[in-house]
Design a binder for this molecule. Structure first.
Ligand SMILES: N[C@H](CCC[C@H](N)C(=O)O)C(=O)O
Length: 299
């Protein structure tokens, strides 16, 4: 499935017993040796009486994370299309708490992503205290960022134009900056108008993606805190547009956008693991292929 080109392998953990290691996730997410995706979503029964389901989110690097905006919409589409619920308002448990998904008549999904978290310790982000703008030293430069959690951590910086933004160079540096002890997703925001931004995102554990729902929320929060944006903003990402609404501190962020199913299938974990384990690519050629960016070869 995908939400604006941010793609997912969504696994039914309700009607089958699923146990995947971090290696399995990396292999499944690999675009040559596996199926290929930015994140893997695992749908399971909820432990929370207020929700019928929980869904777990794993980045392509195998790490489990707290929240995923595009993934939440795809989860809603999945449980509806699989006949697992007939509700229009679907409460779901995630690592960062309960969120409610609304499947609309037009096929779009509207999500209450909860209120943004601005206290540095809860992002987590190392800072002297809470502020609107934070200095961040990268290489020999001092840049200014906003820092927000949507259940998962986000840094947002303003750029003149997203096309020339240093996503590939600064993205990985900021993702692993010492001031973000759990790493961070990095948004490069171009303000077009009070109700319109362009955004490119280097995602924690996945690299640059075509869209990132939680960073779109975080960017609008930062833009409003910096008095640059209105309460309703069209966020144009490389994969398409999201509509984000935020009335101000303490209020929830609402995200509306599409969710598309592109394929259904069966992943043969046994053969995939065995075939990969016996793969005879010699280390040098694997490294060369990886270096050429042709594929992300799991270790
Ligand atoms: N890379 C994110 C998880 C996926 C978020 C993104 N795909 C979205 O749509 O919000 C993280 O490590 O927190």
């Amino acid at each position: 499935m995908h939400g604006l080109g941010n793609d997912f392998v969504v696994i039914d953990g309700l009607r089958q017993q699923v146990r995947l290691s971090a290696d399995d996730i990396r292999l499944l997410a690999d675009r040559r040796f596996g199926v290929g995706c930015d994140q893997v979503l695992l749908v399971e029964a909820s432990q929370d009486p207020r929700a019928d389901f929980r869904y777990r989110i794993f980045n392509a690097d195998g790490g489990e994370v707290q929240q995923c905006g595009n993934g939440a919409r795809c989860f809603a589409r999945f449980v509806r299309d699989q006949g697992l619920t007939r509700k229009d308002a679907i409460p779901v448990e995630t690592l960062s708490g309960l969120i409610t998904l609304h499947v609309q008549q037009d096929g779009q999904v509207r999500v209450d992503m909860g209120a943004p978290i601005l206290e540095p310790a809860r992002i987590p982000f190392r800072a002297a205290g809470q502020a609107l703008r934070y200095p961040l030293k990268i290489a020999d430069q001092l840049i200014e960022i906003g820092a927000v959690s949507m259940g998962n951590p986000h840094a947002v910086l303003l750029v003149e134009g997203v096309a020339q933004a240093p996503v590939q160079s600064w993205g990985p540096i900021i993702e692993r900056h010492a001031d973000f002890p759990e790493r961070v997703n990095v948004g490069f925001m171009e303000r077009v108008a009070p109700d319109h931004i362009r955004l490119r995102v280097w995602e924690r554990g996945a690299g640059e993606t075509l869209a990132c729902g939680t960073n779109a929320c975080a960017a609008v929060v930062v833009g409003r805190l910096w008095s640059l944006l209105a309460s309703k903003v069209r966020v144009s990402l490389p994969g398409g547009d999201l509509l984000i609404r935020w009335e101000g501190p303490g209020q929830p962020v609402w995200m509306t956008g599409p969710a598309v199913t592109v394929f259904e299938g069966t992943w043969r974990t046994d053969t995939a693991r065995r075939m990969h384990a016996t793969g005879n690519a010699d280390p040098d050629s694997r490294i060369a292929a990886g270096a050429a960016g042709r594929t992300r070869i799991p270790e």
